[in-house]
Design a binder for this molecule. Structure first.
Ligand SMILES: [Fe+2]
Length: 557
């Protein structure tokens, strides 16, 4: 029998702590309205922009604009929601060649045009409207999202440019939301061969400058980037070039380091890991942060990026190389248990894409294509198929299920390097140049489809698959006569069932039950929880929805 605890369970509440995303702090916007910043032309500026502008650390209310000039000047960004009226201004008066201006106080999911310059002149602007930032939607928002994914791109040659141009063609002509790239996801080895500043100029900034002006770029570190960067000290070109959130500003748990971090975009949670420098052991700093972060997200989708692939038989071998084995054996059991949906890796210069699987932590030859319920590694009736909605069928997952993920090794955005390409966990293995696009959108039935396509350098789409996630919709209302005891918790006092009912505009993500010393004793993603076998006593029930957490003390008698 359950009843509401009459005690003031302050001790219970104090015994465990909630990890919450910190809100963006330190807002120092000086958004001074300017009546006429339009028509500022680039009249032979005396200062030359050598790099950028490029966009970093986008959140629903802020973005960092960066650029480099040949001589030190102040930094000025004019911005506004209409191209002809950039009425707001952010200024940094210190003289620098490495400009970094944070715009804050922005509205979510809103397009802001901008230009860059100094106090005397505008140095770079787009009269055609190709320089803008669209702020991220509020976390949890369900809307169409497109991410461009590039692994091992940094060759600075025609292969890299061909792969780039194929994506530009794709997105220009996309039937849904053309010319919209919400983010770029780089999987490391962004500039060969040692990630120096000049290599980044040639293989990164000079290649993607068009997209950098209108799409936020994110990255994980690759081994080649790591040759000139130091993750422990946060130094070197890689860390100088990128500005990543370390305090949870973009959602997720603060990591305190740019080597690994997370962010939210719409209803997707992205976890970026450093598989090169940082310790990969269970219980290490990166592992512990990842576990806290993934267990506290309430987002509908979880996508992770790190450089070293857990499954590959390309130019690297996940059976023999330490970093690959350690990420697979140490990180994946924990991340799979917490519902990761998509794993993006590079390093091997090929495209290898897995079945819908879980629980495969051994060598390639131990992969078993049977369903996980029958002792194998694939998930669901379509898990060992090709994942194509028009062929074997999309992979299926529900919003409360944790099982099932697709692993993608996509490291051929700049070159191909062959290999056996016969890893048993892979549905597709290709020694082809290309990049990937991930698109998330409504399935028309209350759920969402996450589709990834591999776009070759010749514009052909050589692979695609879909994960369909049901249940991303308003929760069902209970029709029974249970008594509502709090904002989210119902129970029938003479039964052994806890029932969770959340508000119509919220969706249940997780339920955790803590005992009187604050230890988590039960976890569930279900709306009805059997507590008949739990010892008598007082507990705190913590209910996480896509919007908030509720807590309620209960007594089990
Ligand atoms: Fe690599």
């Amino acid at each position: 029998m359950i009843r509401r605890s009459t005690q003031m369970l302050i001790m219970l509440f104090a015994a465990y702590s909630f990890s919450q995303s910190s809100v963006l702090g330190g807002s120092n916007i000086n958004a001074i309205a300017e009546s006429n910043s339009i028509g500022l032309k680039q009249n032979s500026p005396s200062v030359v922009v050598e790099r950028g502008p490029y966009l970093q650390s986008g959140t629903p209310t802020s973005v960092v604009v960066r650029w480099r000039t040949d001589t030190a000047t102040e930094s000025v960004v004019h911005y506004g929601t209409q191209i002809g009226a950039l009425t707001k201004k952010e200024t940094n008066n210190s003289l620098t060649t490495e400009h970094e201006v944070a715009l804050s106080g922005l509205k979510p999911n809103t397009k802001y045009y901008f230009n860059i310059g100094n106090k005397a002149e505008v140095l770079s602007e787009s009269t055609s409207g190709d320089m803008y930032v669209i702020t991220a939607p509020t976390a949890g928002t369900k809307q169409f999202v497109r991410a461009w994914i590039l692994g091992d791109a940094g060759t600075a040659n025609d292969n890299q440019r061909d792969v780039r141009d194929a994506y530009y063609d794709y997105v220009d002509k996309a039937p849904i939301n053309p010319d919209k790239t919400d983010m770029m996801l780089f999987l490391g080895d962004n500039a060969y061969s040692t990630g120096t500043d000049i290599e980044y100029q040639n293989a990164f900034f000079d290649i993607y400058d068009e997209m950098f002006k209108k799409s936020v770029a994110w990255s994980c570190i690759g081994n080649h980037d790591g040759k000139t960067a130091d993750s422990a000290r946060q130094s070197g070109p890689y860390y100088d070039i990128f500005t990543f959130p370390t305090d949870g500003q973009a959602g997720g748990t603060a990591s305190g380091t740019e080597a690994y971090y997370s962010f939210d975009y719409a209803n997707i949670h992205f976890i970026i890991l450093d598989s090169h420098h940082s310790g990969r052991e269970v219980g290490g700093a990166m592992y512990n942060w990842t576990q806290t972060d993934i267990q506290n997200t309430t987002q509908d989708w979880i996508v992770t990026l790190f450089h070293h692939p857990v499954y590959t038989k390309g130019s690297h071998d996940s059976d023999t190389e330490d970093r690959l084995i350690e990420m697979r054996k140490n990180f994946m059991p924990m991340m799979e248990a917490n519902g990761v949906d998509v794993i993006l890796n590079g390093h091997s210069h090929s495209y290898e894409r897995s079945y819908f699987l879980n629980g495969h932590y051994g060598f390639a030859n131990t992969f078993n294509a049977d369903e996980i319920t029958k002792g194998g590694h694939t998930v669901g009736a379509t898990g060992n198929g090709d994942g194509k909605a028009d062929k074997d069928g999309a992979y299926k997952k529900t919003d409360v299920a944790t099982e099932g993920a697709v692993y993608i090794t996509t490291g051929s955005a700049g070159k191909i390097s062959g290999g056996d390409l016969n890893h048993q966990a892979m549905s597709v293995s290709l020694n082809k140049l290309g990049s990937c696009v991930m698109e998330v959108g409504d399935d028309g039935m209350g759920g969402q489809n996450l589709t990834v396509k591999f776009i070759r350098e010749n514009d052909k789409i050589d692979d695609y698959f879909t994960i369909n996630k049901a249940g991303i919709a308003a929760p069902k209302a209970y029709a029974d006569k249970s008594i509502q005891k709090s904002g989210a918790l119902l129970y029938v006092s003479d039964s052994d069932l806890l029932k969770i009912k959340v508000n119509d505009n919220e969706r249940l993500k997780k339920v955790k039950i803590y005992n009187n010393i604050g230890k988590s004793v039960k976890k569930s993603r279900k709306e009805t929880i059997d507590v008949s076998k739990m010892p008598k006593g007082t507990y705190v029930v913590e209910i996480t929805t896509n919007k908030r957490k509720y807590t309620e003390p209960v007594m089990i008698e």
